[in-house]
Ligand binder design. Structure first.
Ligand SMILES: *[C@@H]1O[C@H](CO)[C@@H](O)[C@H](O)[C@H]1NC(C)=O
Ligand SMILES: *[C@@H]1O[C@H](CO)[C@@H](O)[C@H](O)[C@H]1NC(C)=O
Ligand SMILES: *[C@@H]1O[C@H](CO)[C@@H](O)[C@H](O)[C@H]1NC(C)=O
Ligand SMILES: [Zn+2]
Length: 477
C-alpha cells in the first residue's frame, strides 16, 4: 500500500507550529527569508494538511518532487540591498535567471566540474529542467538537478542568493534557555575593562591591510584571482590561513565537507580551565564575482570578515591571551553556494552534542558609504537577540564611534548554527541593507573608495572584546 503523498509547505515561521502533538513536528526543512518575512519549509502529508488547526496558514502547498535523490530543492531570494544599487527589477532578474537556468547544455556536467577545479564555473548543465513550488517577486522554492544546485551562484542575478533545502526533515530546534541565560548573565554584569580595551586596541590596521591584500590578490604575491569555492585560489587561501592561524598558537584543521569545494579552516585555542564550552568567531573566505569574469577578489565579501578573524588571532598571540573557554576561529567555504561549509560543521557539532556557547559570524565589515558614519549592523531576524544585544553593548564600550543598528541583510553562516539551536548572531558593516556598489563584483578590492579600515578595526575590536568578556581570559606574558 502506498503511504500518503508528501507535500511541501511554505508557511510563515511560527514556533507554535512545532509544538508537541503537531503533525508538523519533525517535518522541518528550515527557515528562509522572503523580503522582510521569514518562512518555514516543511514536508508533510495530505492528512496533516486536512487536519490543520493553526491560525497560521500555508502560503503554498505542493506535491514534493519525485526522485528525491537526483533533485535538490533550493530556496532563492533577493538580498536586502539599498535601493540606490538596484537598476533591474526583481521580477525581470528572476525571469532572466530562469532563462539562463534552462538554456541548453553545452557540455556534460562532469567536464565542467573538472574545469571548475582550476577555474570558476560558468557553464550549462546536462539537466536544465527545474520545477517551481513557490514564487513571489523576491523569493522562490524550486527543484533542480542536485549537481546544478551547487553551481547556482553562477547563474543567479548579482543580488540573489540560493540556499539548498536539506533532503531530510528534522525537528525544529530553538535555542534553549540554558544557552541564552549565560548570555543574559554576561550582559547583566558587563562593565568596561581596561585590560580588554588595551588588548582590542592592539589590533593592527597595517597588518589587516597586508592580510587582505594577500587574500584579494592585490599584493601581486599570492597569485589569487578568485576565492570562489571551486577555485584554485580558494585552496591557496585555505592553506595560507591555516598557516597564519597556526603561527598564533592555534591548532587548525582543513575540514573538507563536499567534493569540489575548498575546505573550512577550523582553528582552536584550548581553554586553560577544564570545560567543554566553546566560543566560535567566524567569517567566510570564499568569494563570488560578476557574470563572465574570473576575477573575484572578495575584498569586502568576505575578505573583511576573514581578515578581522585573523587580526584577532594575531592579537591573541602578541599578548599571550589564554581563554577560560575553548575558542575557535573559523573561516568557512561554500557560503556563497548556500552556507554549505558552515552547515556541515554546525551539524557535525550538533551530532556530537558539542557545547557551543556562542557563535558570531562576521560577513562584510569594511564598506562605509561615503557620507555615512561608521556603523555596525546586527541581524533583524535570523539570530539570537540576546547575543545581538551583548554585541551592541560591548560595541558601545570599546568602539563607541560605531553607530549600532539593525540590518535586513541576512543569513550568513551564523544561520547554520542558529538552526542547530546554538546562540548566535552576525556582525555587518551597515545598520541598513547592503550598500556596497562592488558587492559580488570583480571590483570588490580593498584599495578603493569606501573601503574603511578604521571601521573594519572597530568591528574586529567588538568581536574580540566579546570573546574576552564571554569566555574569560588570562594573560601569559
Ligand atoms: C545595553 O544597552 C542598552 C541600550 O544602549 C541599555 O539600555 C542597557 O542598559 C545596556 N545593558 C547593560 C546590561 O548594560
Ligand atoms: C574535566 O572535567 C570532567 C567533567 O567534570 C572530568 O570528568 C575530567 O576528569 C576533568 N579533566 C581534568 C583534566 O581535570
Ligand atoms: C558548557 O560550557 C559552559 C561554559 O564553560 C559551562 O558552564 C557548561 O556547564 C557547559 N555545559 C555542559 C552541558 O557541559
Ligand atoms: Zn558574504
Amino acid at each position: 500500500m502506498r503511504g500518503p503523498l508528501p507535500f511541501l509547505l511554505v508557511v510563515p515561521f511560527d514556533t507554535s507550529l512545532f509544538e508537541q502533538d503537531s503533525c508538523l513536528s519533525g517535518k522541518f526543512l528550515g527557515n528562509y527569508r522572503d523580503g522582510s518575512n521569514i518562512n518555514s519549509v516543511l514536508i508533510t502529508n495530505e492528512e496533516c494538511i486536512s487536519s490543520w488547526t493553526s491560525q497560521t496558514q500555508p502560503l503554498s502547498a505542493a506535491f514534493a518532487p519525485a526522485a528525491q535523490g537526483f533533485r535538490q530543492l533550493v530556496w532563492i531570494e533577493e538580498e536586502a540591498v539599498d535601493p540606490s544599487l538596484k537598476t533591474v527589477i526583481a521580477e525581470d532578474e528572476f525571469k532572466q535567471f530562469l532563462e539562463r537556468l534552462s538554456s541548453p547544455p553545452a557540455m556534460p556536467f562532469e567536464q565542467t566540474f573538472l574545469e571548475s577545479e582550476q577555474n570558476i564555473f560558468i557553464g550549462t548543465y546536462q539537466d536544465a529542467s527545474y520545477e517551481i513550488f513557490y514564487q513571489t517577486p523576491t523569493a522562490a522554492l524550486l527543484s533542480v538537478n542536485s549537481r546544478v544546485a551547487i553551481h547556482l551562484d553562477a547563474v543567479l542575478p548579482r543580488y540573489w542568493k540560493s540556499t539548498p533545502v536539506p533532503s531530510f526533515p528534522v525537528e525544529y530546534i530553538p535555542v534553549p534557555p540554558s544557552s541564552v541565560d549565560p548570555v543574559k548573565s554576561v550582559l547583566a554584569n558587563l562593565a568596561y575593562d581596561s585590560t580588554v580595551a588595551t588588548l582590542v586596541d592592539g589590533i593592527s590596521i597595517p597588518q589587516m591591510r597586508n592580510d587582505i591584500r594577500f587574500l584579494t590578490g592585490e599584493d601581486g604575491q599570492s597569485g589569487i584571482v578568485s576565492r570562489h569555492s571551486f577555485s584554485q585560489g580558494a585552496r591557496v587561501a585555505a592553506a595560507w590561513l591555516k598557516q597564519r592561524f597556526e603561527e598564533t598558537g592555534a591548532t587548525c584543521q582543513l575540514m573538507p565537507f563536499m567534493q569540489g569545494f575548498a575546505p573550512n579552516v577550523i582553528c582552536r585555542y584550548e581553554s586553560v580551565v577544564n570545560t567543554t564550552g566553546t566560543v566560535i568567531i567566524s567569517g567566510h573566505y570564499d568569494s563570488r564575482g560578476s557574470f563572465g569574469s574570473t576575477r573575484m577578489p572578495g575584498g569586502d565579501d568576505d575578505g573583511s570578515g576573514t581578515t578581522a578573524v585573523l587580526s584577532i588571532a594575531r592579537a591573541i598571540a602578541r599578548n599571550g591571551v589564554k581563554f577560560h573557554q575553548n575558542v575557535e576561529l573559523v573561516a568557512f567555504a561554500g557560503e556563497e553556494q548556500g552556507l554549505y561549509g558552515s552547515r556541515a560543521y554546525a551539524r557535525e557539532l550538533r551530532s556530537l552534542d558539542a557545547n557551543i556557547t556562542l557563535m558570531i559570524q562576521a560577513d562584510m565589515l569594511a564598506y562605509r558609504k561615503p557620507g555615512e558614519p561608521m556603523q555596525l549592523g546586527l541581524p533583524k531576524s535570523i539570530g539570537t537577540s540576546e547575543v545581538a544585544q551583548l554585541v551592541a553593548n560591548i560595541s558601545s564600550l570599546y568602539s563607541p564611534e560605531l553607530e549600532v543598528g539593525f540590518t535586513s541583510a541576512c543569513c550568513s553562516d551564523h544561520q547554520s548554527f542558529f538552526e542547530q539551536g546554538y546562540a548566535s548572531t552576525q556582525v555587518f558593516e551597515r545598520a541598513g541593507p547592503i550598500a556596497d556598489p562592488m558587492y559580488h563584483n570583480s571590483g570588490d578590492l580593498s584599495d578603493r573608495e569606501g573601503y574603511d579600515f578604521d571601521q573594519l578595526k572597530a568591528i574586529a575590536k567588538v568581536q574580540f572584546a566579546t570573546i574576552l568578556h564571554y569566555a574569560g581570559f588570562e594573560l601569559h606574558k
